[in-house]
Design a protein around this ligand. Structure first.
Ligand code: AKB
Length: 316
């Protein structure tokens, strides 16, 4: 049976780039993009697109049957900052979408699932540096609570029903093609746009707030790589720690100033500071590196050079 992929939440920050990469790997017609709103022009033109509510199991099943889907990548989610303002909505979206696709796999409509977890599963009681794979998970955000619960559901469906579900704990993901929305790590995307547009940026986190981060190219590659690993090599069924770089707002600003010398950053921490302070500063992802040979490519320097080169083209 050929691989037929459905991406739920394809129009979001990660979904947009993941869909395009999956299409280049598996062929445009084999990757069905879906969301509650249309995606960008490239996505709409390059392959099939369907409007789907990721929490509606019936709607998902109809698409699964229409395209003989074998794998689902579930990217629809409400992120940390927005979830604090809409707790019930966040819980419903983040949980019901996951339970819907886990059930579809249990009922043998599909054979593989990808679902992202996050560094938000960790909380103030977790060791902050080199946070281990297995450690205290007592999150203090609604988003984090939904991700911890999701991880337990994934493990449960795997143990109990043999569902092949795979997951990564994403750090902050940095991109320039599609902006994120509602996350605490979003400053590290906004800062590049503002640097090019206005040569200044007011950061909503304080200057020394260190957080784990990753360039989009690395995140997309890790995700597809994980899905291609033989089932016997997947040793973790709740979610793998995944890491690349970590930096503070001050450090990213200094790196941007190497390209745009008159760029200025100011700091005005808001409610997101408390969320950031509850998360790890760096992550130990040695299990992912051992089990399926994960390696990141981009550091702060190469990522910044790549983003500024691409944004300069876009603005010129
Ligand atoms: C957020 O900031 O909410 C996300 C995440 C770390 O999961 N980027």
């Amino acid at each position: 049976m050929s691989t037929q992929i459905l991406v739920l939440g394809a129009s979001g920050q990660i979904g947009t780039e993941l869909t395009q990469k999956l299409r280049s790997v598996y062929g445009n017609e084999h990757v069905i993009a879906s969301d509650i709103r249309e995606g960008n022009k490239e996505m709409m033109a390059s392959g099939p697109f369907e409007i789907v509510d990721a929490t509606n199991k019936k709607q998902i099943l109809a698409i699964v049957q229409k395209y003989s889907i074998t794998q689902i990548y579930l990217l629809a989610a409400m992120l940390s900052a927005t979830a604090e303002n809409h707790p019930q909505k966040a819980w419903n979206l983040n949980m019901n979408s996951l339970l819907a696709v886990l059930d579809l796999a249990k009922e043998k409509h599909i054979n593989q699932i990808y679902w992202p977890s996050s560094i938000a599963v960790f909380g103030p009681t977790t060791p902050k540096e080199n946070t281990p794979q297995k450690t205290v998970m007592e999150p203090s955000t609604v988003y984090g609570i939904s991700k911890v619960a999701g991880e337990f559901w994934c493990d449960y469906y795997h143990q109990k029903f043999g569902v092949d579900v795979r997951s990564l704990r994403y750090p902050g993901i940095i991109s320039w093609k599609t902006k994120p929305g509602g996350g605490t790590t979003d400053y590290a995307v906004d800062i590049y746009f503002k640097a090019l547009e206005d040569k200044k940026y007011e950061c909503f986190l304080s200057e020394n707030t260190r957080l784990p981060m990753m360039y989009m190219d690395d995140a997309v590659n890790a995700t597809i790589q994980l899905m291609q690993v033989k089932p016997k090599d997947i040793k973790i069924r709740n979610s793998y720690n995944l890491s690349a770089i970590d930096f503070t707002p001050k450090e990213i600003a200094l790196e941007i100033q190497k390209h745009i010398p008159d760029f200025k950053i100011t700091y005005k921490p808001d409610f997101r500071q408390q969320i950031a302070d509850s998360w790890p500063q760096s992550i130990d992802d040695s299990q992912a590196r051992e089990d399926w040979n994960w390696q990141h490519q981009f550091d702060l320097k190469s990522m910044t050079a790549d983003i500024i080169k691409n944004l300069e083209k876009q603005y010129s």
